[in-house]
Design a binder for this molecule. Structure first.
Ligand SMILES: CC(C)(COP(=O)(O)OP(=O)(O)OC[C@H]1O[C@@H](n2cnc3c(N)ncnc32)[C@H](O)[C@@H]1OP(=O)(O)O)[C@@H](O)C(=O)NCCC(=O)NCCS
Length: 177
């Protein structure tokens, strides 16, 4: 069963993510980060125990990011990772956002779901906000992958005029598909 995460899941989410992080498979997450991002998280529960988790973060009007996708080693190979990715895709479609991205070491896994490798330079700088906390920030070897939901219409990208007192509010540049 997949459901939105609650505060009761945080210690288990932390345990699963950080068990992979210490093997260099993904980034560590602190409790502070997990509570802050809890609304982005879904968990997969099996026999009353959380077996996997993932988060879908909104980056911009045309881009979301799958983060913290992790399945407890004891439950791997049972289709839980697949269900979690499908949850992210459904959620992205519900939000009417056309593209999902992932920064990953698991290229063949994500290819199964229609993600394609892209040049990291095509992603908006906002994606790299977590890098300051990453031990590999000076030699990033993660692969950037994107899936486009072709049935979701392209959105007219937002622009902002300066406020009445002349303050400019930043917007991200359009990224070519
Ligand atoms: C990658 C991960 C999420 C896969 O979860 P899982 O529950 O074992 O995957 P599933 O059982 O749902 O597998 C779905 C499909 O992907 C395949 N698959 C699973 N892991 C794979 C891998 N590492 N490479 C290639 N294919 C893989 C399965 O064979 C299955 O294929 P099928 O549907 O054709 O039979 C899990 O191994 C994990 O938590 N890894 C460590 C953390 C990590 O790397 N997360 C991704 C960070 S972005």
């Amino acid at each position: 069963m997949i459901r939105s995460a609650t505060v009761h899941d945080v210690s288990r989410i932390s345990e699963i993510i950080n068990s992979h992080a210490e093997l260099g498979r993904m980034l560590f997450k602190s409790y502070a980060q997990l509570y802050e991002d809890l609304r982005d998280f879904a968990v997969y529960e099996k026999d009353g125990r959380v077996a996997g988790c993932c988060a879908l973060a909104i980056i911009w009007a045309d881009l979301t990011e799958i983060r913290s996708l992790a399945v407890d080693d004891a439950y791997r190979g049972q289709g839980i990772g697949r269900r979690l990715v499908e949850w992210c895709v459904d959620e992205c479609r519900r939000l009417q956002i056309r593209r999902l991205m992932s920064l990953t070491y698991e290229q063949p896994f994500f290819e199964k779901f229609g993600f394609e490798v892209v040049n990291k330079d095509t992603l908006p700088l906002k994606v790299w906000s977590d890098c300051v906390r990453c031990p590999k920030r000076d030699g990033c070897d993660e692969i950037a992958m994107v899936k486009t939901l072709w049935d979701v219409p392209m959105i007219v990208m937002p622009t902002t005029a300066p406020t009445p007192r002349g303050v400019s509010i930043p917007v991200l540049e359009y990224v070519e598909e």
